[in-house]
Design a protein around this ligand. Structure first.
Ligand code: ATP
Length: 135
């Protein structure tokens, strides 16, 4: 394929989660969804907890991320995130359990609940379920 492509790399402090050439990327920017095609201007932006979508050979795949940063330059995208999981490695039962736990905490309204922490845990679980196609 002689057409232009994007190199997409998703990296956490622990590992390289994804490193491949792709055709199109959509990322959850903190100020809205961002789409990237080859030839995009250089940019650094922050990302929310959510799902990175990429298209390769006409097929869309997903990666859940817990927020982070994205840099694009010379048709190379680097996403740095604290945690990230490819759609094929997400443990759906674990994410469902995390979602239920977070929802219970939020519903309990107990005085010792850290609401922000529970909301973030819920968002991570929802992103994982969405990436795995279980939402
Ligand atoms: P849990 O309560 O299930 O641990 P969490 O949101 O608190 O969820 P994190 O602290 O974000 O978990 O992640 C800890 C590690 O576990 C990271 O390496 C992350 O990639 C991995 N991880 C978390 N949930 C899943 C999942 N459902 N499937 C696969 N890996 C996961």
């Amino acid at each position: 394929m002689a057409e232009k492509a994007l190199q997409l790399e998703v990296v956490t402090p622990e590992r390289v989660v994804f490193k491949e050439k792709v055709d199109f990327v959509v990322a959850p920017g903190t100020e809205g969804s961002l789409g990237f095609l080859p030839g995009h201007v250089p940019l650094i932006t922050s990302l929310e907890i959510g799902v990175v979508k990429y298209t390769k050979n006409g097929q869309q795949r997903k990666i859940a991320i817990s927020g982070g940063f994205l840099e694009i330059k010379n048709d190379k995208i680097v996403i740095l995130a604290n945690t990230a999981e490819r759609d094929d490695e997400i443990d759906v039962e674990r994410a469902k359990a995390a979602k239920a736990r977070a929802e219970q905490r939020l519903a309990s309204r107990a005085p010792d609940i850290d609401l922000v922490r529970a909301e973030l845990a819920l968002k991570r679980a929802l992103a994982r379920l969405q990436a795995a196609g279980h939402e």
